[in-house]
Structures are given as C-alpha cells and as structure tokens.
Design a protein around this ligand. Structure first.
Ligand code: ATP
Length: 219
C-alpha cells in the first residue's frame, strides 16, 4: 500500500470527492479516465488533478489516462477506509438518530458499536439494531469493547464532561457535530468537526453577497 505522510491537507480534503467520483465511474464500467475528463466531471482543473494524483503514486500514463479501479482502490487505502474502527455515538436525539440511520459507517472505515444517551425515555430503545445505553454505563462498555472513536451529537454544554470521561478511557478520536471546540481543550486528539449551522451561514453569506452584487449592477 502506498503511504506518503507528506500528502498536504488540501489534497487529503479532496480525496473523498475523488473516491466518490471514481466509485461512480467504476460502477458504470469505466476502465480509464483522463485528467481532462475527470476535470470536466469534478470541476477541478486538469493540472490540479494531475498534481493531486501525482502526490501518491504517478498513476497516470501520458496519453492513457488513469486506471479507474486502481486509483479508486489506492485512494481508499490512503483514506484507510478498509479499516474497521469501532465508534460510539453520544446523543440519540434528532441529529444523532439521523447520523446513526443514514451514515454508512461500514463503508467509511468504521463500525458503530454503541449509542449512549442520558434520557430515560430513550435508554433501552434502539436505532438500527443498536440498543441505546445509559451514559452511566460508558466506562463499563468501553472497557469491555475496544472503542476507537466517539461521535458527539449532544448539546455543546454536555460535551466537556463526556469528552473528559472518554479521554480518560484513552478514546481520543472524535467526529464532532457539537459546537464545542474540542481541540482547544486537548492537544493530542484527532477531531473532525461537522458544523452544520456554520455551513448554513456560509450559504446565507454567499446568497447575500450574490444578491448585493446583483443590486449593485442593477442600481
Ligand atoms: P430530543 O428532543 O429527542 O431530546 P434533540 O435532538 O432536540 O432531541 P438535543 O437537546 O439536541 O435533543 O440533545 C441531543 C441528545 O443528547 C438528546 O437525545 C439528549 O437526551 C442527549 N443529551 C443531552 N445532554 C446529555 C448528556 N449530558 N449526556 C448524554 N446525553 C445527553
């Protein structure tokens, strides 16, 4: 497997998109694709694509394009999605339920092995085939079940205490949907933040900006 520790953060950020597109091409029976065709489909420039893909293996042959299956597999390897990291979800409210129901953890290197909440009305019920456990049982569960990562779908105010408990258990990898800034409090954790409200505000900004440009040009 190709492992280049020096792949830059912006390239890593684009890898899931390459992976998705290549997966679709493969499903459609496409064997090879040129950087130009990829560029037309993905909206990156062809030279950007060549640069990105050169970072991890020089797959492309001048004039022949990229072998879709090899590239798809290699990007999957780089992303590490052939791993099975055990994850637990904290917070089985509306967002937690949606994440548990709709995210294909298994296709992305993870397996959801436990869900926790402190609401007695939810404890003992299930999402998919996973029973919602009492947060009080967190330590016992994580001691008995190898747990690699935790997903936070609890309100901001609840995160710190739960994160402290997880950290003490040696769990330092987080998929964070809350607005609590975990990386400020722990410097040796791995965290991927998903701030849906921020994303919505950026959309709002972009629409407002486009409208104001329109207003300027029509004024
Ligand atoms: P609901 O109204 O069903 O609780 P919600 O998504 O509106 O859903 P939130 O207030 O966002 O609820 O909380 C998300 C989930 O986190 C809820 O299921 C709630 O019970 C749970 N939760 C809140 N505080 C804690 C905590 N300290 N420990 C564990 N779970 C918590």
């Amino acid at each position: 497997m190709y492992r280049n520790k020096n792949i830059s953060a912006p390239v890593i950020k684009r890898l899931p998109r390459y992976y998705r597109f290549l997966g679709e091409l493969q499903a459609n029976g496409v064997k090879r694709i040129s950087s130009r065709e990829l560029s037309d489909k993905m909206g990156f420039t062809a030279s950007q694509i060549r640069q990105d893909l050169n970072c991890f293996g020089g797959f492309g042959q001048q004039g022949y394009g990229y072998p879709v299956e090899n590239l798809y597999n290699e990007i999957g390897n780089i992303l590490g999605i052939n791993n099975t990291y055990n994850a637990i979800l904290i917070g089985a409210g509306n967002l937690g339920k949606a994440v548990a129901m709709h995210m294909s953890f298994e296709k992305r290197g993870f397996r959801l092995i436990g869900i926790f909440d402190n609401d007695p009305a939810k404890i003992g019920t299930g999402i998919r085939d996973i029973r919602i456990s009492d947060l009080d049982d967190l330590e016992e569960f994580c001691t008995n079940n190898k747990t690699d990562a935790a997903v936070f779908c609890v309100p901001k105010g609840a995160v710190q205490r739960i994160a402290d408990r997880l950290y003490k258990l040696g769990i330092k990898n987080f998929w964070n949907f809350s607005h609590y800034d975990l990386s400020v409090h722990y410097d040796d954790i791995i965290v991927e933040n998903v701030h849906l409200n921020d994303s919505l505000m950026i959309l709002c900004y972009k629409i407002s900006e486009a409208n104001s440009i329109l207003d300027d040009t029509t004024a």
